[in-house]
Design a protein around this ligand. Structure first.
Ligand code: AMP
Length: 274
């Protein structure tokens, strides 16, 4: 595995590789969720590139940019063992210049739910993903359904800007008790972690009602909210279709259950595609 830290070094290293490129962008503190994306990229491509970059432009003022876990040595080892070819870990100055032009998230879909709670977050996310897709020249790029709204916005960006890449959505990896893996789980105390199970429990309970025949979204959203007892604040618990439009009646095959909540000082999200 080759570790590259500059744009120039990445371009040089790429010239020594041949064939299809599978790309997995991450912010590091790698866990089994990231690893599932890397493994899939490894299975489906000749060359695998992973990036680790804690992107400042997608953090809002007062968010956890400085506290975000950084584990370069452990991450490097995980990538090495997973058979990654190129690990790209740039500095901020490699990725940004001053007075940049920027792209923006769509006015509606980019400013609801996560976009409403974190206004500007998706602009920064799309900006860095656009840069990384162009830089790596990825044939396929792998994204987790864990960040459902992010995934849908990236698919839209690729469509809008005719970026020649295939976006591959990947299933959410969970701990055995149901908690969706996240680098931010590292912030949780033991007591908070057990309360954080409310998110996946809410998704499970709502699914049971759907399996039993319930289709009324208002009723189902109430089930989700009630099942989230134990968290410190519910940010949202909603059902949308696969392009994030609100729905009144759930249609299996075209729905996403989405929850976001705060436990202690940690903000957690989870979802289920129905
Ligand atoms: P992050 O490092 O949090 O920016 O995540 C990098 C990629 O890993 C994104 O595409 C995430 O959606 C994905 N990811 C994060 N957690 C999980 C998980 N538990 N299961 C599957 N994919 C995940």
């Amino acid at each position: 595995m080759e570790i590259v830290r500059t744009v120039e070094a990445l371009q040089e290293a790429k010239q020594r590789q041949q064939g299809s490129i599978g790309f997995v962008p991450t912010m590091g503190a790698l866990h089994a969720g990231h690893l599932s994306l890397i493994r899939r990229a490894r299975a489906e491509n000749d060359v695998v590139i992973v990036s680790i970059f804690v992107n400042p432009t997608q953090f809002l003022e007062g968010e956890d940019l400085d506290a975000y876990p950084r584990r370069e040595a452990a991450d490097t080892e995980i990538c090495e063992r997973a058979g990654v070819d190129l690990l790209f870990m740039p500095t901020i100055s490699q990725m940004y210049e001053s007075d940049e032009l920027s792209i923006g998230a769509p006015a509606k879909r980019g400013y609801i739910l996560e976009g409403a709670k974190r206004p500007g977050h998706f602009d920064g996310m799309l900006q860095i993903v656009m840069k990384l897709l162009n830089l790596t020249g990825a044939t396929r790029a792998y994204f987790g359904k864990k960040d459902a709204q992010q995934l849908v916005l990236i698919q839209q960006m690729v469509r809008t800007y005719f970026i020649p890449v295939e976006i591959v959505p990947c299933e959410i990896v969970r701990d055995s008790d149901g908690l969706a893996l996240s680098s931010r789980n590292a912030y949780l105390s033991e007591e908070e972690r057990s309360r954080a199970l409310a998110l996946s429990r809410a998704l499970r309970k709502t699914t049971e009602r759907i399996t039993a025949g319930e289709r009324d979204v208002e009723v189902l959203q109430r089930v989700m909210i009630d099942a989230m007892e134990g968290v410190d604040a519910i940010e949202y618990a909603v059902i949308v279709d696969r392009v994030f439009r609100p729905v009144e009646t759930l249609k299996p095959g075209n729905a996403i259950l989405l929850v976001a909540a705060r436990v202690g000082r940690t903000r957690l999200i989870d979802n289920l595609w129905i």
